[in-house]
Design a protein around this ligand. Structure first.
Ligand code: UDP
Ligand code: MG
Length: 311
């Protein structure tokens, strides 16, 4: 299978990246020149408070391949990516950061995997040259997600990836508001490939992700793709009931066999223990209902077709 890319869309969310935009554009066009394919470069200005808008607006005038989508305020990277993908027309779509932490040099490799038949190509970070806290929190988060979430694609995968038009059309049908795109793409299935890379440091500016935004993204990922928090009620409830019941057996045995007299409050404590256990179980059951309501309200497709034969 050796297909040609007719139009390559590159979607870049921009939040206070005035120093990086020109640099990224130069690198991208230099690369694309050697790729022999049409290209559109979509910058999504996510409510930057610096001169990013002016810089892109300047570029747009001189090059029709560069497009600008200006959001009314800061909606966050995931929303910005969604907006950019909604407007992209390419048959292959690449999303990447503006700060050159997603090295453009990897693009030919992503496209190569696509040519070989992968409908999605994830770029996976092998190593991070970033602050200690960022590396540690990312490590913990991704290893927990690997163990406890429904996502089977593992490792430190961000939003640097290539998707085929077909995948994007399916993704665009998923209009849920809390978006964890890397998870949603993985959820869709399709043949995928992974390319590993070393994530370099940010050259200019500073990360648009503070701890609050990072925690929110992590929460979106966990809530949407893991049932562990939900099952916590079941686990705690079961522990309470089982241990309460063992205490009960113990003091029953003790008072019958050894004629020890237990004061009323001790019996009541055990009763309370078990009652709390039942409460936790009840919470878990309610949570299961809520999860179903949540699933329904997301309105995701019931299935996704990758291809058909004779149909
Ligand atoms: N970004 C955005 N909106 C935000 C925060 C970030 O569009 O609210 C963009 C940012 O311009 C960059 C990408 O998302 O292109 C990744 O952000 P950043 O480099 O700050 O994240 P980090 O690499 O620190 O995880
Ligand atoms: Mg970055």
């Amino acid at each position: 299978m050796d297909q040609k890319v007719d139009l390559l869309s590159i979607v870049v969310p921009v939040y206070n990246e005035e120093q990086n935009i020109l640099f990224l554009r130069d690198k991208l066009f230099e690369l694309i020149g050697s790729l022999d394919c049409g290209c559109e470069l979509i910058f999504v200005n996510d409510g930057s408070s610096d001169n990013s808008f002016e810089v892109i607006a300047g570029l747009v005038k001189s090059d029709r391949r560069i497009k600008l989508l200006n959001l009314s305020r800061n909606f966050g990277q995931q929303a910005a990516l969604t907006a950019g993908m909604d407007y992209s027309k390419g048959d292959v779509i690449i999303t990447m950061d503006c700060d050159l932490q997603d090295p453009p040099e990897l693009i030919p490799e992503l496209i190569k995997k696509w040519r070989e038949g992968a409908k999605v190509v994830f770029a996976r970070r092998r190593l991070r040259k970033e602050g200690f806290m960022k590396v540690v929190t990312a490590r913990i988060f991704y290893s927990l997600m690997k163990r406890y979430s429904d996502l089977k694609i593992t490792g430190d995968i961000g939003d640097f990836r290539l998707v085929d038009r077909k995948v994007l059309d399916s993704l665009n049908n998923m209009r849920e508001k809390s978006r964890y795109l890397r998870g949603m793409v993985a959820w869709l299935g399709f043949n995928y490939a992974i390319v590993d890379f070393d994530r370099p440091e940010r050259i200019h500016g500073k990360s648009g992700y503070d701890y609050f935004k990072m925690a929110r993204l992590a929460m979106d990922g966990v809530v949407s793709f893991s049932s562990l928090p939900l099952r916590m009620g079941l686990v705690i409830g079961t522990i309470c009931i089982v241990s309460g019941f063992s205490f009960l057996v113990y003091i029953c045995g003790d008072s019958i066999l050894n004629h020890v007299v237990y004061p009323l409050y001790k019996w009541l404590v055990i009763a309370l223990f078990m009652l709390i256990g039942f409460l936790f179980i009840l919470i878990w059951i309610v949570a299961e209902y809520i999860r179903r309501i949540y699933d329904e309200s997301k309105g995701r497709p019931i299935y996704v077709v990758q291809g058909t034969e004779n149909l």
